[in-house]
Write a protein that binds this ligand. Structure first.
Ligand SMILES: CCCCCC/C=C/CC(=O)SCCNC(=O)CCNC(=O)[C@H](O)C(C)(C)COP(=O)(O)OP(=O)(O)OC[C@H]1O[C@@H](n2cnc3c(N)ncnc32)[C@H](O)[C@@H]1OP(=O)(O)O
Length: 731
């Protein structure tokens, strides 16, 4: 709804729909009714639209998208009614003016804002376009070039930037009273002509350059938003603002939003939006313990052990989160000096770019406390161990931490696959131990996979979850198993793509198909980028690599299971990827590391096939997608079945934020939901029947089988509930 009042000739329409004043049908109706009152009241000479509470308006109510077009006034109708008002309307912006909220402001005749306000047209991130005139009004205010930048990427901008380019007419200090300031501003414009204040009537300044600008953005969007439809539709709609009169341009915008709204990509992106918020409400499956009934321990002093790649990133994340005391312990002098230098350089860079102020930078540097022995960690609230991935080294460290740290200290291990319980058992208080799996580089990557050990106390889990959120990370709680969620699932992707190389595909073909699906890089380029030796080290641990096999051992089998040694040959021939002179699955040439196919790799694959008498066959794109992605989905169901993740959203967040799974498909589980579970199961069963026990990743998940058998194609939101009911009724 919207509240209405009048103050000194100025009518105030305040949006009132906590927490973020989304433009639900009630709010839109409230604005319209208030506007009518203001127009009819002869004592009113100007109108202010503002938001109650923490923000101006975050845009259309996403939960009402399905009925958006049906109720009067829809957003599209409301903005034109506002703009044509005979009385001047001032939008008073604090907090956020996002999406439809900014479109409402663009339809007002003036816009004022607190300097702390943020503005954006982020609809593209929901797979749609600004469908209430945003693509037609913004170009008339700031030109085609800036509009394409704002709308095709959907990023937020400060009020000051918006003022610099002409969106905001007046900025007030962040501590000003926005309503009071806006009312005074409205009084100052009473009686002024509204000609030139109705944005839809303005010409587009850089209209003549539209083709050139369009080409530029098509290139950028093609690279940055691979496979996503909405960014291109946004560009097309903005182009029409340059070429067509406003009314005609609006018709094109309408066609654009109707095509995008309800599309699979938009459904996926909306699912992601809510998943990112839902995940804050963590729960331990089957226990009743959750974020609502568990309080975190107060954390003021944190320590990080190890200043390698992971440790440095973790320290930076803690500093950015505002932790005022971060002890860093690295016993190797060179690693310590390099690590500290790296951290300081990154902070310098942030300050130079204006991401943080000089004062903030200084206080972050002051917060760094190098320590040289475990004793010095005795009053630390949270210790994050980030040393080399070795069970014995980690156990050694936890044994020491267990002796010196105070009993309430939370002891976290940053491991990507090791058993958190085994590490915990060396301490006198295993309930204080938890896993915090960061992704490299930890100060950049948004994902944190927190691992609850079987003994981790609820408070300790709450503390790790809270710390992740303080660091601004998408923090997901998972159970303890080898590889946790992400690495456990992703393994199958690499295993099965390598099998396709044996059978007839080549790395470039696999990567092209995966990139078309939406991955920023294919499986083989990712291997080259992160280093093919990482997987090799892991396989060495399990005595699987080519070199570790006794003479005469079967080349394509390990521990009775199908195995492809091509990745081993690659590493053993020194092709680790980018870092080994640009040689990996591909060859990277020149300063720009241009990816080229390397005949050496092709010959290696061909001769391996000949040696093993494999007759190569043609593998098409559909097969590549099924075989690369379905085993991973199958594993996702096994993870749900075991309670390692509590719901599919958690799995999807991990794969999207940690493994570059394309966001516009919603992650593997949502993708499975879009394809339909019966088809997913059919394909998995077909491969399982062909491959049998030698390829266990094709063994259908029991949960998937039960869901399809008992419920056909149930909605993703009901999977875990249905599974629980089925299991309970079987007991
Ligand atoms: C015929 C014409 C048809 C045209 C119709 C189509 C036009 C659409 C135009 C649009 O406006 S689409 C929506 C565009 N807006 C957005 O995408 C903004 C989404 N919100 C955000 O990005 C963030 O919420 C924020 C604005 C940056 C604020 O972040 P903050 O961290 O402060 O809060 P949150 O935790 O994210 O949100 C609090 C709470 O509010 C819910 N919520 C946020 N935005 C919306 C929304 N637009 N609709 C419905 N609900 C929203 C969010 O889910 C949280 O709920 P919870 O229950 O507390 O988790």
């Amino acid at each position: 709804m919207a509240n209405y009042s009048v103050r000194n000739q100025v009518a105030i329409i305040s949006l009132c729909s906590p927490p973020v004043n989304a433009l639900s049908s009630d709010v839109r109706r409230g604005i319209l009714d208030s506007l009518k009152k203001a127009e009819q009241d002869v004592k009113v000479a100007a109108i202010v639209i503002c938001g109650e509470g923490r923000t101006f308006c975050v845009g259309a109510d996403i939960t009402e998208f399905k009925s958006e077009f049906k109720t009067f006034p829809n957003l599209f109708e409301l903005v034109d009614i506002l703009e044509s008002s005979p009385k001047p309307i001032v939008a008073a912006i604090h907090g956020h003016a996002f999406g439809g909220g900014l479109e409402v402001a663009l339809a007002c005749h003036y816009r004022v804002a607190l300097s702390s306000a943020k503005l954006a047209l982020p609809e593209v991130k929901l797979g749609i376009l600004p469908g209430a005139g945003g693509t037609q009004r913004l170009p008339r205010l700031i030109g085609i070039d800036s509009s394409m930048q704002w709308i095709a990427f959907g990023d937020e901008y400060s009020a000051q930037i918006a003022a610099n380019i002409g969106i905001i007419d007046r900025i007030f200090p962040s501590n000003a009273d926005i309503l009071e300031s806006a009312v005074q501003y409205a009084q100052s414009i009473i009686g002024k002509s509204l000609i030139n204040r109705r944005v839809s009537k303005l010409p587009v300044k850089d209209a003549s350059k539209v083709s050139h600008i369009m080409e530029k953005y098509k290139q950028i969007v093609g690279k940055k938003s691979r496979g996503a439809i909405a960014p291109m539709v946004c560009l097309e709609a903005i182009k029409h603002a340059a070429l067509l009169p406003y009314v005609e341009g609006m018709k094109k915008e309408r066609m654009g939003i109707e095509a995008l709204m309800g599309s699979d990509q938009s459904k996926s992106l909306i699912y992601m939006f809510f998943a990112e918020r839902q995940v804050r409400n963590w729960t331990i499956p089957g226990t009743g313990i959750n974020s609502k009934n568990t309080k975190p321990i107060k954390v003021e002093k944190v320590a990080v052990i190890g200043l390698g790649t992971m440790g440095r990133g973790i320290v930076l994340s803690l500093l950015k989160a505002g932790i005022k005391h971060v002890s860093v312990m690295e016993l190797n002098k060179t690693a310590r000096e390099n690590g500290l230098l790296f951290i300081k350089n990154i902070l310098e860079g942030y300050a130079a770019r204006g991401t943080i102020s000089e004062t903030q930078k200084r206080s972050m540097v002051d917060a760094l406390k190098p320590v040289s022995n475990f004793e010095m960690l005795k009053d630390t609230d949270l210790v994050i161990e980030a040393v080399f991935e070795s069970m014995s080294i980690k156990k050694d460290i936890f044994a020491k931490l267990g002796q010196v740290c105070k009993p309430s200290a939370v002891l976290a291990t940053n491991t990507s696959a090791l058993d958190v319980d085994e590490i915990a058992m060396v301490t006198p208080k295993p309930k204080q131990v938890v896993g915090m799996h960061f992704f490299a580089p930890a100060h950049v990557m948004k994902l944190l996979e927190n691992v609850r050990g079987s003994k981790s106390s609820p408070q300790v889990i709450a503390t790790a979850m809270n710390m992740g959120q303080r660091m601004g990370k998408v923090t997901v709680l998972v159970g303890n198993c080898h590889g946790f969620v992400g690495n456990r699932m992703f393994r199958h992707y690499t295993v099965e793509t390598d099998f396709m190389l044996e059978e007839g595909a080549y790395p470039e073909q696999v990567d092209t198909v995966l990139k078309k699906f939406g991955f920023a890089m294919g499986r083989y380029q990712v291997g080259d980028l992160s280093g093919n030796d990482i997987g090799y080290r892991m396989r060495t641990k399990f005595e699987m690599t080519n070199k570790q096999q006794p003479p005469g051992a079967p080349e394509r089998e390990r521990h009775g299971v199908r195995y492809c040694p091509l990745a081993d040959f690659l590493v053993e021939s020194g092709r680790l990827g980018y870092k080994s002179d640009g040689k990996g699955w591909f060859r990277y040439l020149g300063k720009n590391r241009e990816l080229t196919v390397d005949n050496e790799v092709t010959s290696m694959i061909d001769s391996y096939r000949r040696r093993n008498k494999i007759v190569p066959r043609k593998i098409n794109g559909e097969e590549i997608i099924e075989r690369a992605l379905y085993p991973l989905i199958n594993e996702g169901f096994k993870i749900l079945e075991e309670g390692i993740a509590s719901n599919p959203m958690e799995i999807d967040l991990i794969l999207v934020h940690g493994y570059a799974w394309p966001r516009h498909t919603g992650g593997p589980m949502f993708y499975a939901h879009l394809i339909g579970l019966p088809k997913i199961l059919r394909v998995i069963e077909r491969h399982w029947n062909n491959a049998g026990l030698r390829e266990p990743h094709w063994e259908p998940s029991k949960m998937l089988v039960r869901l399809v058998k008992n419920h056909g194609n149930p909605d993703i939101m009901s999977w875990t509930t249905l599974e629980r009911e089925t299991v309970r009724s079987a007991l």
